[in-house]
Every structure is written in C-alpha cells, then in structure tokens.
Design a protein. Sequence first.
Length: 392
Amino acid sequence: MNIIKSGLIILLFVLLNISNGYAEAEHDHENETANAEEHAEHGDGDEHGGEHEEENSVQLNAAQRKAADIAIKTLQLSQTNSEISAPGEITLNAYATSQVVSRISAQVVQRHAMLGDEVTIGQPLITLSSVDMAQAQGDLLVATREWNRVRKLGRKVVSGARYIQAKVNNEQALAKAQAYGMSQQQINALIKGGKGALANGRFQLQALQNGTVIHDEFTLGELVEPGRMLFEISDETSLWVNARLTAEQALDVRVGAIANVLFRDKVLSGKVIQRHHSLDETTRTIGVRIEIANPNDLLHPGVFVDTKIMSNNMEKALSVPADAVLRSPDGDWMVFVEHEDNEFEPQEVEVIRTNNGVTVIEGIKAGARVVTKGAFFLQSELAKSGFEIHNH
C-alpha cells in the first residue's frame, strides 16, 4: 500500500509540472505575439529592414539623361497677358450663312432637301410654281426670239430703233426672270427648249453655298408669300461666340486677341474678330465676337459657354511649354522638378491657361528647376515602377 501511495504522489507531481509548463509556454507565446504586433505598429523591421516606402522620383545617369533629351528651365516670374473671364453664347457664323427665300407669291410643288442635309452650292432645294413666273417666262421667250431674229438681220436691214428696242426688251425680260428666282442655268434650259419650251411658271430655288440645312419650315402645297424664308443653310465648321464684357473690360481687349472657349470638359481655341461699339441698354455690357472652329459638330447655336480672353494688361506669372505639363494618374496636372542632379520628382500644379503652346501655372515656387523637354519619358519611367503621384 505504501508503495502505491508513493507512486500516486509522484504521478500527481509530474502532472502538475507539465501543466505549469504548458501555461508558461502559452504565456510566452502571447508575449511574443504582442511584441510582434507592437513592432509592426511602430514599423520595426526584421534584419532585412522590413517594408520601406520607396522614394517617388526618377533617377537617371548621364547617358540616360542625354538619350531622353531632358531639358531643364529655372522658373522665373515673367510678364504675360492677363486673362478676362466672361460668359458667352454660341451663334451662327453669319458670314457663312445664307437664306433661300421666295421672291414672289408661289406654291410649293416639290422639296429636294430636308433639315440636317449637307448641300452644295447650286444644288436644287425646292420647286415652286407661280402665275407671275409663268408670265415672266413667256415674256422672256418672246423677247429672246425677237432679239435673235433682229440680231441675225443686222443693223443694215432693221432700223436702229427696232434693233435697240429688241435688245432692251430681251434684257429686261431676262432680268425679270432672274429677279423672280430663276437661275441662269434654268433660263438657258428654257430658251434652248425651242418651240416646245413651256412657260409653265415652275422654277427651282438653289443653295447659295455649301453647308448644312438648319431651317426648312414649310409644307408641300403651301402658298408662300414674297420674302418667306424657306431654307437656311450654314457652314457650321466655324461658329461665333458672343461674349459679354463690362465696358471697362472691353477696353482691354483688342481684335485678334486669343480666346479660349470652355464647354463641358473641352477647351476650344479661337480669336476675337469684332468688338461692338455700343453698350447693350439692358445688360449694360459690350459684346465681343469670338470665332472658333467647331470640330465634329460639337457646338450648336444657343449653347451657353464660358470664355477666357487675353487682355492687353500685363501681369507677372510662371510659365512653361505646354508639353512640360502632364496629367497625373489621379487626373491632376503635374510637372517634373529636378531636386538633385539627375533626380526628378513629380509635383502637382494648377494650370491657369494655355495659349500658343505656353502654359501659365501656379502651385510651384519661382526658382524651381522644371523639366521642359522629356517630361513624358520621365512619366513613363515613373509608371514602370508603379508609383502614384499625390503631392498635395
């Protein structure tokens, strides 16, 4: 019995020691885990240095810099034209617009073009029928035949009075038909028709220019009165913007000044072509007319836009070639600055305006050494490293 009791006591002692060992081991493990978390929070690395934030810059050696044709400019404040901001409205270019009107009372017989059609000069647009035109056509046929007969006989056979009268009658009949709306081509066809030519009063109105049909409000069979506009055609490849300036602002704008037109996310370049000489009595503003190109038929009359017009006043600003300013991955504008020899770092800037290949910027100090040539190469090298530019 004593032997059994002794064995049990020894067994309990061993089990107790084992249990204490497990507890200590678990405690040590918890401490190690806590220490590891604490080190991680404080950025402590291992013997290999842990994670280090890589520097957001591009380093080139002399050979790479030469191959990339990198050019540097030390930014200095320089005199540049200031800018005037003003609201504007898109209008048709009146010098590239024409209207096709009926010159006499006539009925619409046939339509040959519709709204939105692209037409060319001389293209038939509409066929009309008119009693007045029928009379004019008949007079023209009679006068032409008489003139041709008298002319063949010559002055030796017919009297001078008859010769002159026949000539005048023919010219007057021709002018009347043209004034009513017949083209020279239609008149020639009528006269060459010979005895079978019909003075039926029908004639066609033709396009006066190349362009787009932007107005055609009439119906078949409608009786139209003289002066009624049947078609309006405009070449919309160039448009006008009427900007409204105060009288004081208008004094600082000259004809030929560069202007930018802002529409949605587009910036369209144009120039001032005219300036009104009277003040609008309602708005108390002076109109400035800007001519702009209209690529891909982007703009249309009646659209409101913002304009920025170069003024005669000068101001000091920082400027770089337009190619030196790039878009960063987050959409902001940026330039590359050389902080150390052959080490280039992107810096975000604000673009104020761009004119004639020169961009005025803010958000950077004078004296900075900015890359003016080769910026795209540096951006490509930076992108290869997977850097993101956030120099706010």
